[in-house]
Write a protein that binds this ligand. Structure first.
Ligand SMILES: Nc1ncnc2c1ncn2[C@@H]1O[C@H](COP(=O)(O)OP(=O)(O)OP(=O)(O)O)[C@@H](O)[C@H]1O
Length: 259
């Protein structure tokens, strides 16, 4: 993991070169503008929360980042690879946990991860080592042969995180990944991702939950397809003149979303 992140960083000039970069990204569905010129950057070892109420454009942004479709305008680059010119290079640097569960419930934990490893072109021996490492990282070392169907919701999310890590991405995308989890499981997942951040991974964590955003190095507030604020949680609270991030978020979005 560290190696992948380091390689990506040293390819640029100094530590400030972002591993994930969106510049003036626009996307419309027919006449509806979902993203109206969004710019966001995430550096190595940085945890950025993308905080937005329903309809802000978070899912659209993640769909662009995962190559599901192209932006109408603007630039997206991962580890210096433009997602339009070099989608394979860009997507190789990304690990994703989607909002919707995407595991095959009838397969074992290990089989799900093996499938992902093959998709990323990992050889058998390398895949074996990476899968063991990723499962140990999320505390599921002893569950490799269990059918996913037998795991709790919290453990299934951990398997999804392990799967996202198998190919050692420099950038981790978490799309409302804690939806449906109880508070303890939510905290565990957040803590694990913070540890990955500390190992150098660049994390973009989409959420509508203010308490999750409070743990971030920077919070990007997205509303109706525009970035309303981008900075450390304290700075956002200070700029809004409120007592809490929740109040600042409410004020910025006109009460459109709070949790
Ligand atoms: N396939 C689509 N066709 C038409 N409009 C869409 C489509 N997907 C999203 N939109 C619209 O684009 C805007 C942004 O939606 P998006 O789902 O990206 O927001 P979001 O922040 O992920 O919201 P949520 O938290 O509710 O998932 C909304 O106005 C939404 O109605």
């Amino acid at each position: 993991m560290r190696e992948a992140a380091t390689q990506a960083t040293t390819a640029g000039i100094g530590d400030v070169v972002p591993l994930l970069e969106l510049h003036a990204v626009r996307k419309s569905y027919g006449p509806r503008e979902a993203l109206r010129g969004v710019s966001v950057a995430v550096a190595r070892g940085e945890f950025v929360a993308l905080l937005g109420p329903n309809g802000a454009g978070k899912s659209t942004l993640f769909q662009l980042l995962t190559g599901l479709f192209n932006a109408d305008a603007g630039r997206i680059a991962v580890c210096g690879h433009d997602i339009r010119d070099d989608p394979v290079g860009a997507l190789a640097g990304i690990g994703v946990v989607f909002q919707q569960a995407t595991l095959d419930l009838d397969l074992s934990v290990e089989a799900n991860l093996k499938f992902h490893a093959r998709l990323h072109g990992l050889g058998k021996r390398h895949a074996r080592a990476r899968i063991d490492d990723a499962l140990a990282r999320v505390g599921l070392a002893g569950r490799a042969s269990d059918p996913v169907r037998e795991l709790s919701g919290g453990n299934r999310r951990k398997v999804e995180l392990a799967r996202a890590l198998v190919h050692e991405p420099a950038v981790l995308l978490m799309d409302e990944a804690t939806v449906g989890l109880d508070p303890a499981s939510r905290r565990q997942l957040l803590d694990e991702v913070l540890r990955l951040r500390d190992r150098g991974v660049a994390v973009l964590w989409a959420t509508h939950l203010v308490d999750e955003a409070e743990a971030a190095d920077r919070v990007v507030v997205l509303h109706l397809g525009r970035v309303l604020a981008d900075g450390p949680p304290d700075a956002l609270v200070h700029a809004a003149g409120t007592a809490t991030l929740a109040e600042a978020f409410l004020r910025m979005t006109g009460g459109a979303g709070i949790a």
